[in-house]
Write a protein that binds this ligand. Structure first.
Ligand code: ARG
Length: 592
């Protein structure tokens, strides 16, 4: 495997060397401020920021640096522009050489930058006896993309699905089911989308049980006794609970399979898994002086976490009735991730509304010594998905929107759009393509949004061949695949780079974008923001489209070396796009 430095890093190093040659030491340590530019391949803005500090003329300073840089063999031209920008253009040979190295490596020259890391990624976390709803989509897709990217960059990735499988609500539900044997939830057939069935029945029954609990004091008492029975391990009650959990997990798994995410049954590490350690967590917190008593409950206070009127907000670890809180379980997840998996970075991909919870949990875990300084704990927070009108997403009846229904909508729309674009597809092909396109569309819409921002779930916009969509990227991939197929048929092979060719502007642009791939992945690993990769792939697809419009590949009058070179560009674009899409969990298709 060959690790390839991005060209931008080489440019940065060259500017740094020029600075060291001509500037006093304190000034030469400044950031060269390299960026891509419309006027050249790269622009260095360091002269502007330095001149201010050194009280010198920025254009003059830029000129001095330029004189140094013109000696660099792989730099074609350096110009001073405007108030003191350095416009840097690389030689075509340098660009082509870099691509050759990337193209000859099955990792496309991407470094294993995370090889020292064990990332424990907690994502999805749906709740038992409830259907997965639109709210679980974000964590599921973002967490999955992070698992793929970090894994590709060499990290050991441990996936954790913290399913909500414990709590007083199960006492209520189990009691209700016992009192209503006619509620035949088990016999429900799974519907065509493979998602309704037993769990949607349970979801509805739970709601009925809840209203009975609120309205009928006698039922409330029986339900509370049932909670105790569950907690104390009453055999029959535990069996009923297990059946509900198993049925729910089957339903989650069906959704995961439909979405094509990596989560399996083995990744489920639900709340109940941590029960045996919760008392220990409380005891240890007490011994370490982290825990305080507050009106009978066991809590932790924090200097900097305060509510209205500057009152400190407590983190509830154990309720006054002895029950453990959500926080106790999450403290146990931290201890477990470190002791069992040797996690070096713990990532919780959870709704932004839980940020105070994680802030408290992380701080308490540091104070208790479970989280050492060399372990990073991150709440990779995600915003909310709104309806197409930008308002909170509700069904017409005002209920929460089932994830399965949204996926059905996307599938239906994809079928229409694709049948129109390619009427020759056989019915099976159409079904396959529509499935991949609809899932790709939903994933891309999710992953191209910064995870902290809210966005609107708009199926029509997502499943479109135009604009920044998954379908557009998949389609670009099929176009390149088709060029490469035709080249094979014509006996031209897959192309080769010719380092002496002069490149056209659209070719140069495509080369420069291709070269950014590894830097983008490294950035995603640092920020845990997959949208940087999603946006990059769109830039790449656009650069390819522009290239293909102005640079014919297979036309008869294209000279052989130019054709070879362009084919090699097509091939590398295809593999970069395919790899990038795969890292977002999106299928790269051969035809659509
Ligand atoms: N089940 C929780 C919910 O639906 C999400 C769990 C997130 N993970 C965690 N370790 N707290 O809100």
């Amino acid at each position: 495997m060959e690790q390839v430095r991005p060209l931008a890093s080489d440019v940065e190093a060259a500017v740094r060397a020029a600075m060291e040659a001509v500037l006093p030491p304190e000034a030469s340590a400044a950031d060269p401020l390299i960026r891509r530019s419309e006027h050249a391949d790269y622009q260095a803005n360091v002269a502007l920021s330095l001149a201010k500090r050194m009280k010198s003329n920025p254009r003059e300073l830029a000129g001095t640096l330029r004189d140094q840089l013109t000696d660099v063999e792989w730099i074609e031209a350096v110009e001073v522009s405007g108030p003191g920008f350095l416009n840097i253009t690389l030689s075509d040979t340098a660009l082509l050489d870099r691509l050759t190295t990337r193209a000859n490596d099955d990792r496309l020259g991407v470094p294993r930058s995370q090889a020292a890391e064990t990332a424990v990624i907690d994502y999805s976390g749906p709740n038992v006896a409830k259907e997965m709803h639109v709210g679980h989509l974000r964590s599921t897709l973002i967490g999955d993309a992070l698992a793929r990217v970090l894994g590709f960059l060499g990290a050991r990735v441990v996936r954790q699905n913290h399913v909500g499988d414990w709590g007083t609500q199960f006492g209520m539900l189990i009691q209700y089911l016992r009192e209503h044997p006619e509620a035949a939830w088990r016999d429900r057939d799974v519907d065509s989308s493979g998602t309704a069935g037993a769990v949607s029945a349970l979801d509805a029954l739970y709601r009925t049980a809840r209203s009975e609990f609120d309205a009928d004091a006698a039922f409330k008492e029986r339900a509370q006794r049932r909670v105790v029975a569950l907690q104390t391990g009453d055999e029959e009650t535990v069996a009923a609970w297990q059946e509900i959990v198993a049925e729910s997990e089957k339903a989650f798994q069906r959704i995961y399979e439909r979405l094509g995410v990596l989560l399996t049954q083995d990744d489920v590490m639900g709340e109940s898994f941590y029960n045996p350690w919760l008392q220990e967590i409380v005891d240890e917190l007490r011994e370490k002086g982290v825990l305080e008593d507050s009106e009978g409950a066991k809590v932790v206070f924090f200097d900097d976490i305060r509510g209205p009127e500057d009152k400190p907000v407590p983190m509830l670890v154990q309720k006054s009735d002895g029950g453990f809180g959500y926080a106790a379980t999450d403290l146990a997840t931290i201890r477990h991730s470190i002791r069992t998996f040797d996690g070096t970075r713990l990532v919780y991909v959870v709704d932004a509304r839980q940020s105070q919870h994680f802030d408290m949990v992380f701080q308490a875990a540091r104070r208790a010594g479970w989280l050492a300084d060399d372990v990073q704990a991150v709440h990779a927070a995600n915003g909310t998905i709104n309806g197409p009108d930008g308002r909170p997403f509700k069904t017409r009846a005002g209920g929460t929107v089932r994830l399965a229904d949204l996926l059905d909508d996307a599938l239906e729309r994809a079928r229409e759009v694709i049948a129109e674009k390619d009427p020759d597809l056989s019915p099976e092909e159409l079904e396959n393509v529509a499935h991949s396109a609809s899932i790709g569309a939903v994933k891309y819409a999710e992953l191209s949004t910064s995870r902290t921002r809210d966005y609107s779930f708009d199926v029509t916009r997502m499943v479109s061949f135009n604009g920044q969509t998954g379908v557009y990227l998949q389609y670009t991939h099929t176009r390149i695949a088709s060029i490469l197929r035709r080249a094979q048929e014509a006996g031209h092979g897959r192309g080769t780079f010719h380092r002496d060719l002069a490149l056209l502007p659209a070719e140069r642009e495509l080369v420069l974008v291709l070269d950014e791939f590894s830097a983008v992945l490294v950035a995603v690993a640092q920020t845990l923001e997959p949208h940087q990769l999603a946006n990059y792939l769109y830039t790449l697809a656009k650069a390819f489209t522009t290239f293909y419009e102005s640079c014919p590949v297979l036309k008869a009058d294209v000279p052989t070396d130019v054709r070879d070179n362009r084919l090699a560009l097509c091939d590398l674009t295809r593999s970069t796009l395919a790899r990038g899409l795969a890292l977002l969990g999106i299928a790269a298709l051969e035809r659509m």
